[in-house]
Each structure stands twice: as C-alpha cells, then as structure tokens.
Design a binder for this molecule. Sequence first.
Ligand code: RB5
Length: 155
Amino acid sequence: MKLRVALGADHGGFSLKNELVTRLHETFEVLDLGSRTFDRDDDYPDFALAVAQAVASGQAQRGILVCGSGVGACIAANKVRGARACLCHDTYSAHQGVEHDDMNILCLGARVVGTELAGELVDAFLKVNFSGETRHRRRLEKVLAIEQQALQSER
Ligand code: RB5
C-alpha cells in the first residue's frame, strides 16, 4: 500500500508545494490540502492546521508544509496534538528526525531552499521510519507526556 502524504502551503510556498505534489504523485498517494490557487493574502496557519489534522488523525501517514521560511507553518502545526513538525533544511535532520524522534511533518521554506534541495529533503524524510529503538521510544514517550500534561493543565 502506498504511503499517504498530505501537503499544504501558503502563498510563500505555493509554487514549491505544487512541484512537490507533481514529484510525489508517482510513488505516493498525495493529499493536496491547498492552497490550490495563488492568493497572496492567505495565511499559513490554515494550511498547517489542515495538514497537521490529517496526520494526527491518521488520514495521512506523513505531512509536508511549505511557507516562505517554513517557520510559521512549523510553529502552527505543532499546536495540534500528535503533530511532530520540524523545519529541516539539511538531509541529515530530515531522516534522523523520523528515525529518532518520529517526526511526522516536514516543514520547508520555499524562500530558503531551491527545488532540487527540497526534493532531496523530501526523499530523505519519506524513505525512513521511526526506528523504535528503546532509547528513542523512551524519549518520545517523555515528549508525549509533556503534551498530555499541557492538555490536562488546560482543563
Ligand atoms: C508569508 O509572507 C510568510 O510570512 C510565510 O509564508 C512564512 O514565511 C511564515 O513563517
């Protein structure tokens, strides 16, 4: 079964997101969560929310968010419980973040990286899985406990 990958971008990441959608179509099941049209007044949190919810709910196994720097989308996505979004502009972090930290959303800055590097970052992110090694699982459980505590303190 093909891995389902959700993508989203604001106006800052619009072109790069579309290029990635085209590139990924052959190998993955692609869920394009917008923007579908260029709108320079759109806002990255809307697309970050859509992608983060798709991943957190299991509708997609991985997510990719693109904005101008990748920063805003990353901040917004991590507000959704279950999202582990990271801005990675080097290939080591793009795969190690999955293997060690179970990162499930890759954030990219279209004003920072070119198309070719973005493609390599996405390949590095999608070709690996969480290792599940005891030490990484222990650390992930501690991260999830922080998330759980934050939710409980709001009640
Ligand atoms: C939009 O101009 C820009 O601020 C946004 O795409 C992103 O870079 C935010 O982090």
